[in-house]
Design a protein around this ligand. Structure first.
Ligand code: SAH
Length: 225
């Protein structure tokens, strides 16, 4: 399901919002193998410059991760697209949990493709600014909470998709437990020498794991900040 409406541009960086720049980003993502048209349409529709500091807005449509303060980064558009594509592979989703709200960009992409997005962030300051943006962009189907993602969001479980945007040393069992049967958990796993992006599908009697390749994410940390 795609909501065909344009997200309002907010008050920042109007000069950077030209559709030309965003078009070029979408072409690059296509070249790099992103095939899901729903995902590409959401990226075309989302003002990424609004999710980064004004000083970096001229770089917002490059396919790179950028700093968002407090030692964190907004993910590279390619990885946002790849993870969203992997999450949606089984069909459209109603209820998705994201761990690691960060800038809010990934949540904003998801909000245009699924019914309800639940997102948790351990750094209060990041949560405050992303919530403000969701409001400005009228993304009222995003519910954001200050919490440690290791425990998921018990009162809203089960989810038919969970996306983790920070690398953990092991797959949190609590998150698998909050998946619907048939639901998918997409997350980077830190294997020491490198991180691998995994898509884990919960089945009747366990789980199936698919390895989607090497990635680089900030670490998933414990507790609140
Ligand atoms: N999805 C974000 C990516 C931000 S980077 C975006 O599109 O911008 C990953 C984020 O995960 C950081 O903001 C970090 O603070 C957060 N994080 C790390 N460990 C976490 C945890 N245990 N619970 C919730 N958030 C966590």
């Amino acid at each position: 399901m795609i909501h065909h409406r344009h997200l309002s541009e907010g008050s920042r960086g109007i000069g950077m919002t030209s559709h030309g720049t965003r078009d070029r980003l979408v072409s690059r993502l296509r070249e790099k193998g992103i095939r899901d048209e729903r995902v590409l349409a959401a990226i075309l529709n989302t003002p990424r410059h609004a999710f980064v500091d004004e000083a970096l807005s001229s770089r917002a449509y490059e396919d790179t991760a950028l700093p968002i303060g407090l030692g964190q980064t907004i993910s590279q558009p390619w990885i946002v697209a790849r993870m969203t594509e992997a999450l949606l592979e089984g069909g459209s989703l109603d209820k998705v949990l994201e761990v690691g709200t960060g800038s809010g960009y990934q949540s904003a992409i998801l909000a245009q493709l699924v019914k309800e997005v639940f997102t948790v962030e351990r750094i209060k300051e990041l949560l405050r600014s992303s919530r403000k943006l969701f409001h400005e962009l009228r993304l009222y189907n995003i519910h954001a909470r200050h919490a440690d993602g290791h425990v998921g969001w018990t009162t809203q479980a089960p989810f038919d998709g969970i996306l983790v945007t920070a690398a953990a040393r092991r797959v949190p069992e609590e998150l698998v437990a909050q998946l619907e049967i048939g639901g998918r958990l997409v997350m980077p796993l830190d294997r020491g020498s490198e991180q691998r992006l995994l898509a884990i599908r919960r089945t009747e009697d366990g789980q199936e794991t698919e390895d989607l390749g090497a990635v680089v994410f900030v670490p998933m940390l414990s507790g609140l900040a």
